[in-house]
Design a protein. Structure first.
Length: 485
């Protein structure tokens, strides 16, 4: 049986120019500068400078029917196919930026030898035969960026046989690991877990009572120590509270991630370039857009003159017509790009200005408790723009304030009712929660239930599970793990 059906599908479609504008708005300063550089390199009709030819608009408006430069209409494009987040390269969403006053355009790299190369170089100080060196180099190559060997020794033995043609035993690999790799700098590299990492560092220290006691506790009661079962530790090792405090201090000085502290790992130095700056001048807020987001561009005078030359020539050959068609396309693209940058600047300023006035009390004082509940729709409605446009500005832009440089999306938060029926920001509640935890008695940390009761007393009636959620978002551990001696 033949079955017919009629299906309607509503698609929002944008022109290629609109899509490109949205992508420009989304770019943070560093990526925007790269995009600008790319466009200047690809379009010779686009130039940097202060002057724009007076006759540009008139020249561009002229029609060249005999040159065959009919306007090409862009096909409608499905926005969903072009605005997917997956299309945005990861480097365009990272904060590899600079300070507001820094005009350096290149991303700095840490100088020196890489982490793994440094470890390999240190192997030259050991007397090793060919087999031992192969094992040591393989072990060093298996160390991750934190400084750990996460794989099982038996797996490493198998890999040595298959990839390095070295047939050895588990005992020999463990021997090289302990006698060679575990003595490399920084101390603790090559450990298979946190416990071993800390013990390696302690054993390298000068021997004394607290150092020996610390090793004993880690080797024989690691779980009790990690879970802060202090009374059990005192009973098990027959030690005083002061001795346990000394052990805590001694272990606290150790590095749990020896690899990540290495300065020569050649990772990009992360800095931040604020896209905006808010200053407090005579009690008033002053907003400015970073000048690096406002380049001075104009259409190339040379290309403009070439177009005028064709217009004034009496004989127009086919090659001249082809050339002027190319020139016209480049001039159109240059004019569009200049307009797009101006629209980008306007969109950024209007959006940030509205956010600044919405959160005026916060920007005046820097007190996070003054942050009002604010969602994307609140700003979008005020500036008559789409929520997605506000999101593109908020998610990738930074603003320099008298209280530090902030990611704009941090000013957005949901709201909830206090006991007076007033809307309050969840950011305000988190700040109060953070302060309560900071001021608690660390010998008897407050449970989530007690924290909920305190917040209720302060006028914020929220459930224990909500307190737990906010605590986790603030990276605050549970009460048991906040306990101190």
């Amino acid at each position: 049986m033949l079955k017919q059906s009629l299906q309607y599908k509503l698609l929002q479609k944008l022109s290629p120019q609109q899509i490109q504008l949205m992508k420009l708005i989304q770019l943070p300063t560093q990526a925007f500068e790269e995009r600008l550089k790319q466009e200047i390199e690809e379009n010779p009709a686009l130039d940097t400078g202060k002057e724009e030819p007076e006759s540009f608009e008139d020249s561009l408006a002229d029609e060249y029917d005999d040159a065959g430069t009919e306007k090409i209409e862009a096909e409608d494009i499905n926005i969903d196919e072009y605005l997917s987040d997956d299309e945005i390269p990861s480097y365009k969403t990272q904060a590899n930026n600079y300070s507001a006053d820094d005009e350096e355009k290149n991303v700095p790299y840490a100088a020196g030898t890489s982490f793994h190369q440094s470890l390999k170089d240190q192997l030259n100080t050991f007397r090793l035969n060919e087999e031992e060196r192969s094992i040591a180099e393989f072990l060093v190559g298996s160390i991750d960026d934190s400084g750990y060997i996460r794989r099982d020794i038996l797996d490493l033995v198998d890999d040595l046989a298959f990839t390095a043609n070295v047939f050895t035993t588990e005992e020999k690999v463990v021997g090289i690991l302990k006698k060679v790799v575990h003595t490399l700098d920084p101390l603790g590299v090559g450990a298979r877990d946190l416990k071993e990492c800390l013990i390696i560092q302690l054993k390298a220290k000068e021997e004394n009572k607290i150092r020996s006691l610390s090793i004993d506790i880690l080797e024989n009661a690691f779980d009790h120590f990690v879970k802060k079962h202090y009374k059990k530790l005192q009973e098990k090792f027959h030690i005083s509270e002061n001795e346990l405090k000394a052990v805590n201090t001694e272990i606290g000085k150790l590095n749990p991630k020896p690899g990540s502290s290495y300065a020569g790992n050649n990772k990009i130095a992360e800095q931040i370039v604020p896209d905006f700056s808010i200053k407090l001048i005579d009690g008033e807020l002053d907003l400015t857009l970073n000048s690096r987001n406002a380049p001075e561009l104009h259409v190339s005078r040379e290309y403009n003159n070439m177009l005028k030359g064709y217009q004034e020539s009496t004989v127009k050959t086919k090659s001249q017509k082809d050339a002027v068609f190319f020139i016209k396309q480049k001039l159109d693209a240059a004019k569009w790009f200049i307009d797009a940058i101006k629209q980008r600047q306007q969109t950024l300023l209007v959006t940030m200005n509205t956010i600044m006035h919405y959160q005026y009390e916060y920007f005046l004082t820097g007190d996070e408790r003054k942050l009002k509940p604010m969602i994307l729709k609140d700003i979008a409605d005020k500036i008559n723009m789409d929520i997605s446009t506000v999101s593109r500005v908020a998610n990738s832009k930074f603003v320099s304030t008298p209280y530090g440089t902030k990611l704009i999306k941090e000013f957005f938060s949901e709201s909830m009712k206090n006991d007076q029926g007033e809307d309050v920001s969840t950011r305000e509640i988190k700040k109060i929660l953070e302060n309560v935890v900071a001021e608690e008695n660390k010998k008897k940390p407050l449970t989530d239930e007690k924290l909920a009761a305190i917040l209720k007393e302060k006028g914020y009636p929220i459930a224990r599970r909500t307190v737990a959620k906010y605590r986790e978002q603030l990276d605050l551990p549970v009460a048991r793990l906040r306990k101190e001696i």
